[in-house]
Design a protein. Structure first.
Length: 90
């Protein structure tokens, strides 16, 4: 019984030591990466992306919610065809 308790204590100590070692290693790694990246970010800044050029005709039709006449005609034709095939005439 005493031997088993001693092994559990040793296992707990090893587990705790391993967790502390991993935490310390990852903390040092994060600090190192942040310092290196901070120096590189000053030397090589990210480029500022330009928004894509938009066509005024497309932007106004999308913004106002207008639907092109070709789309309206296609939808109307599809509805008429569906109603004629399924007997739902008005």
């Amino acid at each position: 019984m005493d031997n088993m308790q001693q092994e559990f204590i040793e296992a707990g100590t090893l587990m705790l030591a391993g967790m502390v070692f991993v935490f310390a290693f990852l903390s040092i790694l994060i600090i190192f990466i942040n310092t290196v990246l901070a120096k590189l970010a000053v030397k090589f800044p990210d480029p500022i992306a330009k928004p894509p050029a938009r066509d005024n005709k497309k932007r106004t039709s999308k913004a106002s919610g207008d639907i092109s006449p070709a789309v309206v005609a296609a939808i109307s034709g599809a509805v008429k065809r569906y109603r004629s095939q399924h007997g739902q005439e008005k």
